[in-house]
Design a protein around this ligand. Structure first.
Ligand code: FES
Length: 158
């Protein structure tokens, strides 16, 4: 992992920007993750100090919300919807296809850093189930063939 302290100037400038606003913790965490890709551990004491919180409180919030990452993300993040509507339209078969093809479990990341799988519980595309989100973009009305094509595209730009 690269030296995380390199991220401190950016973290501190984001803290400076949000410091006075009420309920700043979540916006700060979102901004850090958006700019760095994850919340580096070195950011925790800085955040705690700036907001007058304990480090345990900050870590508790980071671990409570599934969207926050504490390590660098893979090149591609595929979030397959596993909620009711998608389930009734074949999401479990697609999950099995993913596990099988990538040799990963439902939360796994490939060793080459190319792709991470994450389950998600509704993407708001229920009318077009089954759906997934790949690198922030929703793909709906999936089939086994369409899923394979998406995975091929991820592999090509690996
Ligand atoms: S249940 Fe999958 S998008 Fe809503």
């Amino acid at each position: 992992m690269p030296d995380e302290s390199l991220h401190l100037p950016l973290v501190n400038s984001l803290l400076e920007r949000h410091k006075g606003s009420p309920g700043a913790l979540l916006p700060i965490l979102h901004d850090i993750q958006e700019r760095i890709g994850y919340i580096p551990d070195v950011a925790v004491p800085e955040i705690a100090h700036a907001l007058n919180l304990s480090q345990a409180e900050v870590r508790g919030v980071i671990s409570f919300y599934h969207d926050f990452r504490t390590s660098p993300p893979a090149r591609h993040i595929l979030r397959l919807c596993r909620a009711e509507s998608c389930k009734s339209r074949g999401a479990e078969e697609l999950a099995a296809q993913l596990r099988d093809r990538l040799q990963l479990d439902d939360h796994g990341s490939s060793a080459d850093g190319n792709i991470s799988l994450r389950p998600v519980y509704c993407l708001g595309a229920c009318a077009c189930s089954p759906a997934l989100e790949l690198d922030g973009r929703v793909h709906a009305r999936l089939s086994a063939e369409r899923l394979d094509a998406l995975l091929d595209a991820c592999r090509e730009d690996a």
